[in-house]
Design a protein around this ligand. Structure first.
Ligand code: DAH
Length: 327
């Protein structure tokens, strides 16, 4: 019996070494530990062994079984998982993972954010589905105001709209925070526009708001001029402020910058801005006699188009990898 055990052991060790895939591993298991396996058969013979020898033989058999089990356990980690190894052709060239790029709008937004953060502005956020109150009423745009036509929106219900601008974040911020307030609020906005080369029913804006004591239009012009110089990396960037109208600012202005391209120079509208209207401050419980503020709203997409020489705004939202890979 001992001799037999030694023989099976030697054979077992040799065959365990030869296991090289999931199938040979399973064959090995059946051959040794299966119902009619060598080890199982030896156990069956234990009954015929003389009683005094049984403990010793039993011990040897147990060791033999452990040996087989160990061999299988060792190979299992390599060959079990659904014989994966057999199906992978290791001689094939590897697949190069595609590295993602930041979207041009993201790039510009991040740049704007960095500049304003250096100037001491925090980033605020608001919902894209807004109430009529935050999007219009609180911004001094009552139900019958003609300015609503300019920003015709997509209504969710009587009271809920897709925000037409980031200005409602001004209101939310001032309700939550007493002056001094210095924030920018980047985000997506919606308008009922038919898409063409220069219109998209959704686009991106950055709102800015500064409220404190003794804040003047001079501060507005200084901060926005420095901002534009940094955004376009041009210390002598020419800017001009034109009188304009927004219901939530008084006075209001439009800021243009001089844009040079290969086709020559032209004034390009950069943003709308103004001194926060006293009605707006009063509406959020800030005393307009004590505090004043300035604000601006700027489209991000058009800056990205100019910066990267893209002529159609729809290009930004087509998700065409051939385009997006270039940035
Ligand atoms: N909300 C305006 C728009 O979408 C832009 C704007 C103009 C925002 C003047 C302002 C501002 O905060 O002061 O057309």
């Amino acid at each position: 019996m001992k001799e037999q055990i030694e023989k099976v052991k030697a054979q077992l060790l040799q065959e365990a070494d030869a296991i090289n895939d999931a199938k040979s591993m399973e064959d090995f298991r059946v051959r040794y530990l299966g119902k009619k396996g060598h080890v199982t058969e030896l156990f069956r013979g234990l009954g015929q062994v003389e009683p005094q020898q049984r403990p010793e033989i039993g011990k040897l058999l147990n060791e033999l079984r452990s040996l087989a089990e160990q061999a299988i356990a060792e190979k299992k980690s390599r060959y079990s998982a659904a014989s994966r190894e057999d199906q992978i052709d290791l001689t094939l060239p590897g697949r190069i993972p595609r590295i993602g790029r930041k979207h041009p709008v993201t790039l510009v937004r991040e740049e704007i954010k960095t500049i304003f953060e250096r100037l001491g502005f925090a980033v605020a956020d608001g919902p894209e589905v807004e109430t009529d109150y935050y999007n219009f009423e609180a911004l001094n745009i009552p139900k019958t105001h003609p300015a609503r036509d300019m920003q015709d929106t997509l209504y969710i219900s009587e009271e809920l709209v897709l925000r037409t601008h980031t200005s409602p974040v001004q209101i939310r911020t001032m309700l939550n925070q007493k002056p001094p307030v210095r924030i920018i609020a980047p985000g997506r906005v919606y308008r009922r526009d038919t898409p063409d080369a220069s219109h998209s029913p959704f686009f991106h804006q950055v709102e800015g708001l500064c409220v404190d004591e003794n804040v003047t239009m001079g501060d507005l012009k200084a901060v926005l001029s420095v901002f534009a110089q940094q955004l376009f990396h041009k210390k002598d960037l020419r800017a001009r402020f034109r009188p304009s109208f927004f219901p939530f600012t008084e006075p209001s202005a439009e800021m243009d910058i001089w844009w040079e391209s290969s086709r020559g120079g032209r004034w390009m509208e950069l943003l709308g801005c103004g001194m926060v209207h006293p009605n707006v401050l009063e509406g959020v419980g800030i005393d307009p006699e004590r505090y004043s503020g300035w604000a601006f709203g700027m489209g991000i997409d058009r800056i990205a188009l100019n910066k990267y020489g893209i002529s159609d705004i729809r290009t930004l939202f087509d998700n065409d990898m051939r385009v997006l890979r270039q940035f």
